[in-house]
Design a protein around this ligand. Sequence first.
Ligand SMILES: [Zn+2]
Length: 261
Amino acid sequence: MKITSYDDLEQAEMVLSFGKQKMSVSIFKIDGLLIDTGPAKMKAQLLPLFDQWDITKVILTHHHEDHTGLAYWLQENKKVPIYIHESGITDCEKRMKLPFYRKVFWGERKPFQPIALKDTITSVNHNWDIIHTPGHAHDHVALFNKEKGWMFGGDLYIQPTPKSLFAFESVPEIITSLKKILTYDFETYICSHAGVKINGRQAIENKLGYLEKVQLQVQSLHNQGMGPHAIRQKLFPKSHPMHYLSFFENSPRHFVNSILK
Ligand SMILES: [Zn+2]
């Protein structure tokens, strides 16, 4: 685990591996606010940090197990309020039915009782706008700090030019959410997997441009009479180990299908 600071922000970055697959995920602490809790798999490394950090509130960007894995522990041991978008509450209150590979990779998340986020939240010295940004997850939120011009985007970005999607994701919804955060005045974008991006606005604009371009390509091939399978073969011919590892929960077919829905 690597701890870095940027201004008054602290980032704990964890790299997990499963066979040859590596995935990094970060949690952030700023002004008493803990943004995401990290996966249950990192419990031994994260608990000392939770004891060391002064945490007054926890905000979860969405209910996925790599972001919420230790929320139950924080709730039981730190007695701090834990917030999530209202549509994610029932997901957190029950045991998450995870596909095997996710259980092995991130560990299982125990249930906990979060509180519904409102449109804004305050930390010791700051005000934050909470922006509902579905597409990666139905309950996904981004956090905007106006004074700093910072946007915490959770899993909205991750990578600039994805060629594959999870079954629960939607390209059109991600496009709408990227446009929505671009209406806020930010330069720095902070991603749960790619970390702090100083020229983050540009990165978000580039990703939006890429997704809109692919969306148009898919739609025009479809209008020419091509089916989803043929479109996928033409635009995304390559296979990735992740497709097999996830038993195709992650696949280019979801990318195409979410556009044609
Ligand atoms: Zn996620």
